[in-house]
Design a protein around this ligand. Sequence first.
Ligand code: TYD
Length: 143
Amino acid sequence: MQVIKYVFQPHGDDRGQLVSLEEFKDIPFRIKRVYYMYDTGQGVTRGYHAHKSLQQILVCIHGSCKILLDNGTEKKVVPLEKPYEGLYVSNNMWREMFDFSPGAVLMVLASALYDESDYIRDYDEFLAFIKDAQDVISDEGEK
Ligand code: TYD
């Protein structure tokens, strides 16, 4: 599984650092929504879902956390520890966020508005969904 991590350009000077993110320039999609998680309890794991079509970039803008990515055949754990790093999470990817440091803030840039019908919250359903998607791709290849 290919993990796509972006390293954004910090604009630093003697006052401190600033990172700017623009759609289609720093972020590969139109940014339709931004949300962030903070005050995450110790030992908490969140996420436990995939999206049918949503794309996201995760940036831990304060502190650190870990992201488990699972494409149904392979799993990878990616640490997010820098406010200038972004992790691309495609659709059809199961994700879990965990190991939040005290005070961590995880910001998410998303390609679409909130839509509960885009979520797959059951792991077996996720496996069935990606198998169906792969079957469609291989059927197309045989035509
Ligand atoms: P939830 O999907 O449970 O978060 P996580 O995937 O991190 O475990 O979302 C928590 C609540 O916030 C849930 O009631 C749905 C709501 N929510 C919105 O209203 N808008 C959003 O953009 C998101 C991501 C969640």
